[in-house]
Design a protein around this ligand. Structure first.
Ligand code: XMP
Length: 514
């Protein structure tokens, strides 16, 4: 595997993660590093090819992110994209100028000189591509030939065939570029001669071997939340170190009905995981008493979780590592290059635990994207009901009981929520939506039941489609399904006499109500 690794240097483009996706989809392992990464880390990574991402800066302005020329001396094939192309032109003796108008969006591209990059691209004589740039290359560096133009720029692609340095002004990684994946694959396989050796099963096997080595005979403690990330991390660690993995599942009293048994009980029973269930629900509910402010709820729950987890972990002797299901987007988020004043953000999954516990971190999934975690789960033999579980927030039902959280209100919400879950599963809509759940509102309305007037609670249904939770829209469910949920909730859940549907998109609303 060492000889099939692509390093992507991030110059701040919003599309950098997509480049990594395309390379991995082609079966080649890739990692993103910020453009100002310590060169020692680059050498240690031993890349077999280099991709320079786009970015919002201009090479014509002082203080713009630079390309460390040592990387070009490694003699490996290079692909520059957008700002990456301008950096190459600028640093290798070509000329970059500012365009009078910024080109953004779809454009037509015409390949030239039979470039190997466009092998097999059917429309290469008139290809739809995605552009996003202000500057353009006006003169090529020595040794480079033009490989394509667009309606507005003469050099929309260039290459030095002998040195295997290629560059594109457009973005092959975005879906709007026709055959963009093929262009990237041409670079990987035809220019760089790489092989498609990266697959999820090889990843799972090599990671388990690496975990054995990293952890040795030491003990690892891991907080199981019931979500797919911590579950997959736990199963991989278990395969590597067996009973030296100690999982802790904290029941904070804010879980859905049956959640404990469904996930954690299942893992202990069928995967032989060493799981300690800690029922701390009374502690959490005591802290939440009288609290209505959403941020306050989240904070209190976060603090309490750390306190309980720390206490339980300390009770296990000889723990050296803290296992976590941190994903690659969290890692990139905390390391990514955001312009010259790089702001380093601490990512949310860690939540202050490692600092407090003085343990070394072990994060088997830090190289994976979310859908890759699902594929890993399949490889590990996890059942569909775990693989396809919808995301569930850390603060649990507390942010879905609007206003004060009490046992009684939690119970009303649980019963309503179970009906939503069951109906979604029974109608096959569960996997089609991103999330679907019930919210208990802090108001009562009048109803009539038989001959009696009622004055009871309102449940809102929040069911959304989304790709990554950054944006979302309400799911257009069949009205019969909504009617069934509403009828059942009002009939079966004591204390509810009205159901409403949330038809807001994110933004400007959010998925959760608090
Ligand atoms: P919002 O409400 O911000 O939610 O649109 C986006 C996604 O994140 C989940 N969410 C959380 N997950 N801890 C979590 O682990 C939290 O505090 C939290 N708040 C929201 C939410 O369910 C949705 O999938």
């Amino acid at each position: 595997m060492q000889d099939n690794r692509v390093l992507i240097l991030d110059f701040g483009s919003q599309f950098t993660q997509l480049i990594a996706r395309r390379v991995r989809e082609a079966g080649v392992y890739s990692e993103i590093h910020p453009c100002n990464v310590d060169p020692e880390r680059v050498k240690a990574f031993k890349p077999s090819a280099l991709i320079l991402s786009g970015g919002p800066s201009s090479v014509l302005e002082g203080g713009c992110p630079e390309l460390n020329m040592e990387y070009l001396e490694m003699g490996i094939p290079v692909l520059g994209i957008c700002y990456g192309m301008q950096l190459l032109a600028h640093n290798l003796g070509g000329r970059v100028v500012a365009s009078t108008d910024r080109e953004y969006g779809r454009a037509q591209f015409y390949a030239q000189n039979d470039s190997i990059l466009f092998d097999g691209v059917e429309d290469k004589d008139d290809l739809t591509v995605w552009m996003s740039h202000g500057d353009r290359v006006e003169a090529l560096p020595d040794g480079f030939v033009p490989m394509g133009k667009s309606d507005s720029i003469e050099f929309a692609a260039m290459g030095n065939v002998e040195k295997k340095i290629y560059a594109l002004q457009f973005h092959p990684e975005v879906a709007h570029t026709t055959d963009g994946s093929l262009i990237i694959q041409n670079f990987l396989f035809k220019v760089a001669g790489l092989k498609a050796t990266w697959s999820m099963s090889s990843f799972v096997d090599t990671t388990i071997e690496a975990l054995k080595e990293q952890v040795g005979d030491a003990k690892v403690v891991l907080g199981l939340s019931g979500g797919i990330d911590s579950t997959v991390a736990a199963v991989m660690l278990h395969k590597a170190i067996g009973k030296n993995l100690h999982c802790i599942f904290v029941d904070n009293g804010l879980l859905r009905m049956g959640e404990r048994e469904e996930v954690v009980g299942f893992l202990a029973e069928h995967f032989d995981l060493n799981v300690k269930m800690v029922d701390a629900s009374q502690e959490f509910l005591a802290d939440l008493k009288g609290v209505e402010d959403p941020e306050r709820k989240r904070k209190l729950i976060g603090y309490k979780f750390i306190e309980v987890f720390d206490r339980e972990a300390k009770a296990i002797e000889g723990v050296k590592f803290l296992g976590q299901g941190t994903l690659y987007p969290d890692v990139i988020e905390s390391e990514s290059f955001k312009g010259p004043s790089a702001v380093i953000k601490s990512h949310h999954n860690v939540g202050g635990l490692p600092e407090k516990m003085n343990l070394k971190l072990v994060e088997p999934l830090r190289e994976l994207f979310k859908d890759e975690v699902r594929r890993a789960a399949y490889e590990l033999g996890l059942p569909e009901h775990i693989i396809w579980r919808q995301p569930f927030p850390g603060p649990g039902l507390s942010i879905r009981v609007i206003g004060e959280v009490t046992e009684e209100r939690l119970q009303i919400l649980r019963l309503a929520d179970r009906i939503v879950q069951n109906e979604m599963l029974a109608s096959d809509w569960y996997r089609k939506v991103w999330q679907g759940f019930a919210v208990l509102l802090p108001l009562k309305t009048v109803g009539v039941m038989g001959d009696d007037r009622t004055y009871e609670n309102v449940i809102a249904l929040r069911i959304v489609d989304s790709l990554d939770a950054m944006t979302a829209d309400w799911s257009r469910l069949p009205s019969e399904l909504l009617a069934r949920m509403s009828n059942r909730i009002i009939r079966e859940v004591k204390g509810v006499n009205r159901v409403v549907l949330d038809i807001s998109s994110k933004p400007p609303s959010t998925i959760e109500w608090e």
